[in-house]
Design a protein around this ligand. Sequence first.
Ligand SMILES: *Cc1c(COP(=O)(O)O)cnc(C)c1O
Length: 220
Amino acid sequence: MTDSLAARWQALNLDRPSSARLLAVSKGHPAAAVRCVAELGQFDFGESRVQEALPKQEELIDLNLRWHFIGRLQSNKVRPVVKAFDVIHSVDSLSLAERVSRIAVEEARQPDVLLQVKLRPDPSKGGLSADELSTIWSDLQALPGLRVSGLMTMAPLDMAVEQRKHLFSDCRALADQLALAECSMGMSTDWKEAAAAGSTWLRIGSALFGPRLVSSDAAN
Ligand SMILES: *Cc1c(COP(=O)(O)O)cnc(C)c1O
């Protein structure tokens, strides 16, 4: 188990371009698995539910890991997320960004924020359209207490590979247009296409840790 985890981590690191960093998505896996991967040299971990993440973070406090929140962010969870996470990938409205900003200032934190965009119709997911983003862009940039550093997107589940490539390229182009360095895109099944299109964060769960043990909100 541990050996295959190490082998998968090494293979992912050999296969990816150095511009696309590996975000190890540990939701659904216990703290012990995170510790194994951290000991290989992995520093960035992603979680999508606060209740699941906090006890794990507590147990791993000695490792000084960098935690990324990648799940749907409910407004009543903004405070614990701002306190416990360094990067938030899933801010998908101006009102949510304003709340993150206010709470970050109160808590003397400065999270990196990625704006979740939805560039193709997908009823199962949140995200700003390109038009919505351009409408609120100047307001977003003026918010204190956070750094807007990039965009995050997810391909609709049933989307074909060719379409995914176009979607990821569109997301990269939109980030470039806004002078944003980060593009969080690509998961276990489509990270190669995302990396080729200019992803800077590959959010990889099952291809690293194996199937999730604890039920978790994969649809986020
Ligand atoms: C769970 C999750 C992932 C990782 O999914 P895998 O298919 O296991 O790699 C990536 N991004 C988000 C937002 C997730 O919720």
